[in-house]
Write a protein that binds this ligand. Structure first.
Ligand code: SAH
Length: 351
């Protein structure tokens, strides 16, 4: 057997509960508090090997090496856009690849992370949809993407990472428990110590999971990729809308607001011939009135030969005027990292 194969057979130390690691040390004649030291290396310091754990004796490190693996992600290729955006191709311990993105702006640096390998949702305008869903990411694989981008932020920009968005590959609410576990570690003082209000989870709008999040009293921000507020149009571009229509989404959002008192952000691309009429804009306005909300009109990043085309500036302004006139905060979001296929909907493991 190759040594790499033996490594994958060993237990991933980060899957152990704190008590299990304590027990391991005691059973091997060591002190329970070693578990705390190891925990700090694994999460706070993002150690990738046991040899990095220099406050442990060589014997302890050897003991850990003999029994466990650290299934850390590998940032394989890093592409830099002319606008400063960095796209990482990340290899997971089983060889599958996902992408994550660092987006630098004037006041913030945002990490955009993936939650699944591929995606099952089949939105017609999204490149990730073409990869199909292969598996969910584990909590530590999500955490590692953020930790890696935090390091890049400090190394390349000399600034701290400020925001995290779950807008990479996959549907975070279809990998809910791992996303929540990752966020707990990201926000824990024992992990990256980041603030909940700096985290945004973006969803296609899985109604029953929005209700669950409301019941769980989550404190991060919610974004919904709406793109159309008329069922017929939405179903034609986002197949999930057939089984999860706008009325159900609306009910779930009402429940969300009632429980969390937290606004929602709608992401919306306007395409020629798809959702570019005043009727579509009116429908969006009605939807925005359901609970306090704001709108990000996102620039379309072409992924194919002309099937979808970004609407003209006039149409965008028509949307903008209508929404703003009615008190809905609306922003036009320009794409970042387009030249390296790092923008929204372009993540498809091309490299
Ligand atoms: N599944 C989640 C997370 C992915 S986020 C969700 O749907 O929200 C990726 C965001 O980019 C979503 O808002 C998605 O609708 C949008 N998007 C997908 N393809 C795009 C494209 N080609 N151009 C612009 N935005 C796109």
């Amino acid at each position: 057997m190759q040594s790499a194969e033996i490594e994958t057979l060993k237990r991933d130390i980060r899957k152990l509960k704190p008590d299990e690691l304590k027990k391991f040390f005691v059973e091997h004649g060591d002190k329970a508090f070693r578990a705390q030291q190891v925990d700090e290396w694994l999460w706070k310091k993002s150690a990738k090997s046991f040899d990095q754990m220099t406050n442990l004796s060589v014997a302890t490190r050897e003991l850990l090496k003999a029994n466990f693996a650290i299934n850390h992600i590998h940032v394989d290729t890093m592409q830099r856009s002319a606008d400063g955006t960095i796209k990482n191709a990340v290899t997971l311990h089983d060889g599958l690849v996902v992408e994550s993105v660092l987006i630098p702006a004037e006041k913030r640096i945002t990490a955009c992370v993936s939650s699944q390998v591929g995606c099952s949702l089949a939105c017609k305008f999204c490149a990730t949809a073409r990869l199909k869903r292969q598996r969910n990411l584990s909590a530590d694989e999500i955490y590692d993407q953020v930790a890696a981008i935090k390091e890049q932020s400090e190394m390349f920009f000399n600034r701290p990472l400020t925001n995290i968005v779950f807008m990479g590959m996959g549907e975070p609410l279809l990998n809910y428990s791992n996303v929540i576990a990752a966020i707990e570690k990201i926000t824990s003082p024992k992990g990256l110590g980041m603030a909940m209000r700096r985290i945004t989870v973006s969803t296609v709008g899985v109604a029953k999971m929005i209700i669950k999040m409301a019941d769980d009293g989550v404190k991060f921000n919610l974004a919904v990729s709406l793109h159309a507020a008329l069922d017929k149009t939405r179903s034609s571009i986002m197949p999930i809308n057939d089984s999860n229509p706008l009325s159900e989404l609306a009910d779930a959002l009402r429940y969300w607001y009632q429980k969390t008192k937290s606004k929602v952000t709608y992401e919306y691309v306007v395409w020629q011939g798809i959702n570019d009429t005043p009727e579509h804009a009116q429908a969006l306005l009605r939807f925005c009135k359901i609970i306090p909300s704001k709108v990000n009109l996102i620039e379309y990043n072409p992924i194919d030969e002309g099937e979808f085309k970004q609407a003209s500036d006039e149409v965008l302004n028509m949307y903008m005027d209508l929404l703003e006139k009615n008190g809905i905060t609306t922003r036009i979001r320009k794409s970042r990292g387009k030249d390296i296929d790092a923008a929204c909907g372009q993540l498809a493991n091309k490299s």
